[in-house]
Write a protein that binds this ligand. Structure first.
Ligand code: SF4
Length: 346
């Protein structure tokens, strides 16, 4: 190792140690919600009666995002993911991505895919190759009923477009019993030819999304079904990386793989490295944390934002924002007091 690389490594490990929580977990992954708005209305994400949007002046401006994110990077963040709402609803997405690409972080995005064809050049120019597309059904009618909008063809066309342009997007599927749990094998079928990961995400409780424990489908149940269809010997474990949220498998001979994200039934909080920044500039140290820290106001008031970030991360609870059991009354009340999913970005 050259002296320069040695010094860079020392500097990076020092940086990494700066966002450590009280349990010793190091946080290097920031998820940034760019907007509260979305062009879909998925029932598990957006409450039926809509949401109260933050006033425009309370939403982070592009230059404020850049300043805040550079502070996170200074503290050791080296991976950022754009979320929403729907990130492409924000008209200045391309310029935000371009300015953040100068921070030398890995950049990723989660999107519903409707507008993705307009941003492919930006992906290439900024090095955004980790793209997750949310799609909960391969049947047009069901897709429309889940999303309460009619964009199925456009999303499918854009997924194919990405593959044709050399990207390998992951597909995120929120599995809800009685809604789309009959399509898991169809989704896995896509991995036969496509070099993709289909991520089955457990239905999680958020404000106003009518969650019920009986509607979650856990990893074990999915694996049993998959083994029954493909044969147990053909379902192979794929090695998971450190900090991976999904436990991955593949079908023998298939190109891609599939994974399960079991936040409800089997949380993976021990290795959590994630922090979230909401579109109105609040930091959440956990997807389910009941408390938030207002960085945007602090920034506008010239306060010490970096100390606030460090303190918020340090105080993170060991698991799921302190919720021990979602199915309990306490769990129900705590998740109901959290934001709805559209205001967090997943
Ligand atoms: S529930 Fe919270 S602590 Fe657990 S993995 Fe998700 S964000 Fe991390």
């Amino acid at each position: 190792m050259s002296l320069i690389n040695y010094l860079i490594n020392i500097r990076n490990s020092n940086k990494q140690s700066m966002l450590r929580d009280q349990f010793g977990r190091i946080h290097n992954y920031l998820r940034i919600s760019l907007t509260e708005r979305c062009n879909l209305r998925c029932f598990y994400c957006m409450p039926a009666n809509g949401i109260q949007l933050s006033p425009k002046e309370n939403i982070m401006r592009a230059e404020e995002i850049e300043i805040l994110v550079s502070k996170f990077v200074k503290l050791g963040v080296n991976k950022i993911r754009f979320t929403g709402g729907e990130p492409f609803v924000r008209k200045d997405f391309d310029s935000i991505a371009t300015s953040l690409s100068k921070l030398n972080c890995e950049m990723a995005i989660t999107t519903n895919g409707i507008l993705i064809d307009q941003h492919i050049e930006t992906f290439k120019n900024c090095g955004i190759f980790k793209i997750n597309i949310s799609i909960d059904s391969l049947k047009k009618d069901k897709f429309n009923s889940i999303t309460r909008r009619d964009y199925f063809n456009r999303v499918m066309d854009n997924i194919e477009l990405l593959f044709s342009k050399g990207f390998n997007p992951k597909l995120n599927v929120v599995v809800i019993r009685g809604v789309n749990d009959d399509e898991l094998i169809d989704f896995i079928g896509l991995t036969k030819e496509w070099n993709t990961t289909v991520q089955f995400i457990e239905y999680m409780p958020f404000q106003g999304n009518k969650w019920d424990f009986s509607k979650t489908v856990n990893a074990e149940e999915i694996l049993q079904n998959v083994s029954r269809i493909f044969g147990e010997g053909n379902v192979l474990k794929v090695e998971d990386k450190k900090n991976d949220t999904s436990r991955k498998y593949k079908i023998k001979g298939f190109t891609g793989n599939f994974g399960m994200i079991s936040t409800v039934s089997n949380p993976f909080c021990d290795s959590c490295n994630r922090i979230r920044l909401t579109a109105n500039g609040r930091i959440k140290n956990c997807l389910f944390s009941g408390s938030e820290t207002d960085l945007l106001t602090a920034l506008r008031n010239n306060e010490n934002v970096e100390e606030l970030i460090k303190e918020t991360v340090f105080n993170k609870k060991s698991q799921r924002g302190g919720i021990k059991n979602f199915a309990s009354e306490e769990g129900r009340l705590m998740s109901e007091s959290n934001r709805s999913m559209i205001l967090i970005g997943g």
